[in-house]
Structure formats: C-alpha cells, structure tokens
Ligand binder design. Sequence first.
Ligand code: IPE
Ligand code: IPE
Ligand code: MG
Ligand code: MG
Ligand code: MG
Length: 373
Amino acid sequence: MIGFCRSNCLGSTVYPAFFFADLRYDNVCDAKSCPRDDRLEVDQFIDHINKFENWFRKLNEQTAHQRDVETTEGNVSSCTQAFNERHQQLTILIEKKLEQYSDFGGGCPKDLKAAIRHSLLAPAKRLRPTLVLLAAEACGGDVADAMPAACAVEMIHTYSLIHDDLPAMDDDDLRRGLPSCHAKFGEAVAILAGDALLAQAFEVISRDTSPSEVAVKCCVELSTTAGALHLVGGQADDLDAEQRDDLAGSDLERIHRRKTGAMIISSLRMGAFVANADAGMLEKLTIFGENIGLAFQIVDDLLDFSGDQTKIGKSLGKDSQSEKLTYVKLYGLDESKRKADKLIDDAIESLKDFGTNGHPLIGLAQFILNRTY
Ligand code: IPE
Ligand code: IPE
Ligand code: MG
Ligand code: MG
Ligand code: MG
C-alpha cells in the first residue's frame, strides 16, 4: 500500500512525503510526531497519488530532455575538439608524405615538377586524405597503413582541381590562395601536371599498400570513382548543365553526388579496407559518406555565393557568372542550408555505433557544415 502524510513528516522537499508500506493504511505514516488526524483518508490518498504520478512524469520528461540537450552539446563540442586536434596532427603527416611523393629526384622535367608541387603542396584542407585516415582509425586500423591511399586520393583531388580550373572548364585563376596551375605554368603544363598526378595515385597505392589484396581493392575503388561513372562523369554533367533551365533538383543532386560525393565516399571506404573493417562498418561509413559528400558540395555552392574570398582562396561568384546549376540557384540560401543541415544530421546518426572512435568523423561532418573555407 502507498500512502501520504499531510504533515510531511518524512521531510520531502519536492512533494508531500510518500513511501511504500506493506501493511495497513494505519501503518502508512509511522513518524512519531505525526498527529493521527493528519493521516489521509483513502480517497484523498488516491487523489494525491494521481497528482504525484503526473508531477513525477513531467519531472522525468524535463530531466530527460535536459540530459539529452547536455549530452548532445557535450558530444558536439567534444567531437569538434577531437576532429580539430586529429585534423591538425594528420595534416602534418599527410603533407610530409605528399612532399616526399612529389620529390621525384632529378627524373622529372623541372617545370612539370614545379607545377605538380605548386598545386599539390599549396595550403588546403586535406579533407579527403583525413577521411581515409580517420575511417581507418574508426575501424581499429593504423594511420601508417592507410597513408598511401590517403595521399593517392589527395593526388586525384588535386588533379581534378587543376583541370577544373582550366579555361575550357571553369576558367579560374585562383586556387588554394595561389594562382591556379595554368595561370602560373600555362595550360599545357597544367594539363600534364594533372595527368601525372592521376597516374601517380595508382602507382602509390599499388606499390605502398599491403597486403596486395587490399591494394587491389583500393585501386578498384578509386579508379571507379575517378572515372566516367563518377568524378569525370559528374564534371561532364556539370558543364552540360551550364545555362540550362530544364533540369530539376534530382539532376542537380546526381551531378553533385558524382563530381564530389563519390570521392568522399571512396576515401572512407579505402580507410575501411585498409583496416579490414567488417561489412557492417563499411556500410555505415558509406552512408556517412553519401550524406557528408552531398552536404560538402551544397556548402561549396553556398560559399561561392556568400563566402569570403580571402578565407576560401578561390574566386567567388563564378557559379552565377557562368550560370551553373547550383543549390543556391535552384533552392536559395535558406533551403540549401536546411538541406545541408539535414544531411549532416543523418550522417552523424549513421556513426552512432562507432562510439568515441567515430567522434573525429562526427566533428569532421560538423566542420563541413560550418566551414568558411
Ligand atoms: C574543392 O574542394 C572542390 C570541390 C569539390 C568543391 P576542397 O574545398 O576540399 O578544396 P581544398 O582541397 O581544400 O583546396
Ligand atoms: C569541382 O566543383 C569538383 C571537382 C573538382 C571534381 P567546383 O567547380 O564547384 O569546385 P570549385 O568551386 O571550383 O572548387
Ligand atoms: Mg567545376
Ligand atoms: Mg570550379
Ligand atoms: Mg564550387
């Protein structure tokens, strides 16, 4: 039996004292000082129970909500911190290795080598190689084992930027805060620098990744993604979409997923391959990549419209000048931002089983959304 004492003999501070009694109502309040008259009748007692239940349920809901808010805020800042710290450390390792890979000894023509190093070693976020390394770590793997694949994806990404900036494509003179490759070295050398980086990516993975079965898996992944079905196909779609007004949101999403999203997904998958991740982890990282990959290009469209050129290191306003099909053009700023927000929420959700191992990747997803460069 459950009972209340009106005199609050038990001294509860949150609600009239209540407690469980296993005997009769008479035994409900056993405080010596309680005057017998203050003990409640059964119907009053039931009424109090109901009120108490309501009050307790509300208190529980409020506490749970408060706990959720605190946990989410705590996680958000700890994931951001985990990403910032790891990103800084990994960037140093990635850039050191890229420097070695682009040394070539004396065998490479001087101008070609200078053009490759100008673009490859220019200040950049190194997000794709960082994704390879963080995915490997999230799956229990080692950074050193994943480094060749990480450098390879940055080589392909850099080649795609060199070619993307060419006059025949986006015609951009500024890249990574420096003159774009063709602006400094001329179109022919820039095309060749891109070609060389594309080839070197597969040299590096196949020679420096072990065991060889993993190297083959990474080569298949990256070559498929860099090719006609994905990156190059997406770039072709992107040019084709210029000045067209008969394309819908689904066309735009397809272009963005092909030209940008696919390389981001493959970066994560190569990290998982190197770490011998199981099928479940691979699947979750792939879903994570699909969401952050699309969000990344939506934010790129937003920054082209409203970013700060000194921070971003490339010319802005180019998309509207060339009448590109972008998220900003199709949906406007607010709706584009909402779409990116939703994608990042979904991405974070897909990593929940990774626990703290996934925190730097969650921080990276938040960085993608909030970045200004
Ligand atoms: C720019 O990529 C090209 C896009 C796919 C939008 P990043 O914004 O990652 O450029 P870097 O590597 O930091 O220069
Ligand atoms: C480039 O997209 C995507 C690739 C290089 C594959 P954008 O043309 O939007 O990239 P930015 O804005 O020039 O960096
Ligand atoms: Mg482009
Ligand atoms: Mg461009
Ligand atoms: Mg852009």
